[in-house]
Design a protein around this ligand. Sequence first.
Ligand SMILES: Cc1cc2nc3c(=O)[nH]c(=O)nc-3n(C[C@H](O)[C@H](O)[C@H](O)COP(=O)(O)OP(=O)(O)OC[C@H]3O[C@@H](n4cnc5c(N)ncnc54)[C@H](O)[C@@H]3O)c2cc1C
Length: 360
Amino acid sequence: MRDDKNGAAPAFGGLAIDFSGDTGATTAVATATGGPSTATTGAGRVETKLVVVGSGPAGLTAAIYAARSNLEPIVLAGSAPGGQLMLTSDVENFPGFADGIQGPDLMAAMRVQAERFGSQLIDVDIERVDFSSRPFRIWARGTEYRAQSVIVATGASALWLGLDSETRLRGRGVSACATCDGFFFRDREIAVVGGGDTAFEEATYLTRFATKVHLLHRRDTFRASKIMVDRAIKHPKIEIHPNLAVEEILGDAKVEGVRLRDVKTGAESRLPVDGVFIAIGYEPNTAAFRDWLEVDEKGYLVVHDETGSKVDGVFIAGDVHDHRYRQAVTAAADGCKAAIDAERWLESQGIAEAATATAW
Ligand SMILES: Cc1cc2nc3c(=O)[nH]c(=O)nc-3n(C[C@H](O)[C@H](O)[C@H](O)COP(=O)(O)OP(=O)(O)OC[C@H]3O[C@@H](n4cnc5c(N)ncnc54)[C@H](O)[C@@H]3O)c2cc1C
């Protein structure tokens, strides 16, 4: 693992961005009935042409494009503004940063860029929506927002074990993304936690870098397909440890090992490793939309024709539908596409000016 991955916790670096507060907070229920962009509560607009829900790479990229196209987006940024990249340190695969960039710095820069063109960001989780007619209605912390179109970019949250030590060592050897962070573990010994397809896929992928991959699972049966389990059993670099629960991730400034408990005997043991990948799944953040939009068997939103949904005027971007690529650059690209699709749709409805289509 590279030293800088073991260094200071993710910080906003040189960018003085406040992710903790609202940039245009509204506290009263809006009563406006006028057209887009007319209603405010005094603290910020509550009605507009486009609301973006979520402020990860998908949501902020959508906001940048929409703001530059005069859609005056309101971004309901969520209680985790910046999204999943706020949970990591080095990002080395986002184009344009030859030396890499810290995840929180990248998201801070995207936020500044979105605000620069007039996006209004409010760090609230939305609770429910009504997509039955336009303007679409969205409720968050006691305020009703209204929009002629909506981009849903609420992502999918990686599931964690819930250990204090895991939170403390995130970005310092604890990760939930092998594609993103495997490279940092060249010639190291690591552990993968989980028993489903994701865990087996990640373990197999990580053998490209690691000298040894320990797959830790709390049961002696696996949800993963038999073919994946068989492949892992035969792999010379993978060792499968059934019936072991991770009690603690060991290490002060960086991961040094895991403390394990045998769920059958209660016996405790320690396994020295340099990294721990938690691969127990993702939870797509779709609760507020389930009554209105289609979800697949895993709970992810279903897109039609690139970024469309079954509701005209509601678009979808990023990991909230994409469980195949799950990368910042693909989420950002999706946000761009959703904003262009929303702008063209608004134009077709006579809401956005035709000329703005050239503003990209
Ligand atoms: C540990 C880790 C390391 C990673 N490292 C890399 C890497 O190095 N390179 C890379 O390309 N990718 C990396 N990824 C993957 C990358 O972070 C995701 O693919 C990307 O963030 C997805 O972007 P998104 O905008 O779709 O969703 P997210 O980033 O998940 O953002 C979702 C947003 O929606 C908001 N939200 C959720 N629910 C609501 C609600 N009800 N109301 C309002 N807002 C809501 C959240 O607060 C958040 O702002 C990593 C992921 C993890 C977990």
